[in-house]
Ligand binder design. Structure first.
Ligand SMILES: [Zn+2]
Length: 95
């Protein structure tokens, strides 16, 4: 049931943004407590020190996510994310 509730909220947000109607959750975080059946809203402000969207961004190239995104998010043999594998190096943990 939880994925259905969250999926419905996400789909509603997409439709609102596409149609340009309503008040989207921009700048707000909506949390859902399924056990207590509570929705809660928290206002979020933009972080001026964010390395991606702050005033002086240091992350400027996201091409790794468009080329081989599956590798960038690959899970290693140990079940952990392995960024070294994502960039194609031969480095091994501990060696
Ligand atoms: Zn940011």
């Amino acid at each position: 049931m939880l994925p259905g509730v969250i999926g419905l909220v996400q789909a509603t947000e997409v439709v609102k943004l596409l149609v340009g109607f309503g008040e989207p959750l921009i700048g707000r975080l909506l949390t859902y407590d399924a056990v207590g059946m509570h929705f809660r809203e928290v206002k979020l402000r933009k972080d001026p020190n964010c390395p991606l969207c702050g005033t002086n961004p240091t992350i400027k190239d996201l091409s790794i996510h468009t080329e081989g995104a599956a590798q960038a998010c690959a899970v290693g043999d140990n079940g952990q994310g392995d960024s070294a594998a994502a960039v194609g190096t031969t480095a091994k943990p501990g060696g």
